[in-house]
Design a binder for this molecule. Structure first.
Ligand SMILES: NC(=O)C1=CN([C@@H]2O[C@H](COP(=O)(O)OP(=O)(O)OC[C@H]3O[C@@H](n4cnc5c(N)ncnc54)[C@H](O)[C@@H]3O)[C@@H](O)[C@H]2O)C=CC1
Ligand SMILES: O=C(O)[C@@H]1CCC=N1
Length: 265
């Protein structure tokens, strides 16, 4: 909702349905968006965005289905829930599009993936892409890729936050004040991400700051930090001893499996 409003939609163009009165009041206070019951929201909407927990999706669809007008575009952001699950609970032919985005959307840096479900044509997917583009990057994927997308970019911010927490703790272990450790680590993360995504940014002649060649390889960037006989190689040996690479592979595989499980339940 915050993204839609920052992308230029007015609060009067959006309505929300929220069963928790505290959260409903917060939505109206923060965004100026009216909160109505799900039936009223569905009846008014040209596009219905389903953003409940996967476990609540069956209930919310049962509430909404009789009120969704034929042809209304229905968008689900729930992890795991297949477009077929959504479509089966709506009038035949209702276009359904699935989205997996991530929380950096809140600062305009989302990584969103979209795919067409039953009844959805190119124009429906394009409409959802247009909704998401102002708040980050958007890629089109197949539905079979969405569990993997969820495991990488959907849950991914949590993996980075986890690593950053651990690095800050490392600074504290070495005696640095926590605030200083946090500043050092967060700027290091932001700078490293910028080198990966916008490698030419900051070069003379890069007037738009958008960078040159896309996507510097992470292995090359890591090698450039790793001086022979230096500090970085000493640290990386410990990461290898700790099995960090294998743990990351196991972690994304666990998220992928859980996403599949949510879809099957
Ligand atoms: N948190 C994340 O980083 C991401 C979450 N998602 C997906 O977004 C969805 C929402 O996740 P969260 O925001 O973390 O969940 P949440 O539980 O914080 O928010 C869902 C809201 O829906 C409300 N709700 C549930 N059933 C309702 C009903 N029948 N009528 C009216 N309101 C109802 C709840 O009161 C709650 O406020 C999930 O399906 C999740 O898989 C997707 C990508 C990233
Ligand atoms: O943890 C979850 O299930 C949701 C989906 C992706 C990120 N958060």
């Amino acid at each position: 909702m915050s993204g839609l409003l920052r992308a230029g939609r007015t609060p009067s163009e959006v309505v929300a349905a929220e069963r928790d009165p505290g959260r409903a009041a917060e939505i109206t206070r923060r965004y100026g968006v009216e909160v109505v019951d799900p039936a009223a929201a569905a009846a008014k909407a040209g596009v219905v965005v389903l953003a409940t927990k996967p476990q609540d999706m069956g209930t919310v669809l049962a509430q909404l289905a009789p009120h969704v007008a034929p042809g209304t575009l229905v968008v689900s952001v729930a992890a795991g829930i297949t477009s077929a699950f959504v479509a089966e609970r709506l009038a035949p032919g209702t276009p359904v599009v699935r989205v997996m985005t991530n929380t950096p959307l809140l600062v305009g840096e989302a990584m969103s993936a979209v795919c067409a479900g039953p009844g959805a044509g190119d124009e429906h997917v394009a409409a959802v892409e247009e909704m998401l583009r102002p708040v980050g990057r958007v890629v089109r994927v197949t539905e079979t890729q969405l569990d993997a997308v969820t495991a990488l970019s959907g849950s991914g911010p949590a993996y980075f936050f986890y690593l950053i927490e651990a690095m800050i703790e490392g600074g504290v272990l070495l005696g640095l004040p926590r605030a200083l450790a946090a500043e050092l680590v967060v700027q290091t993360a932001a700078g490293s991400a910028r080198m990966l995504r916008d490698p030419g940014a900051g070069d003379p002649g890069d007037s738009d700051g958008a960078g040159g060649a896309a996507g510097e390889h992470p292995s090359l960037l890591r090698e450039a930090v790793t001086s022979p006989g230096g500090t970085t190689v000493a640290a990386l040996r410990q990461l290898d001893r700790g099995g960090v690479r294998a743990a990351v592979l196991d972690a994304v595989e666990a998220a992928w499996a859980r996403s599949r499980e949510l879809g099957a339940s």
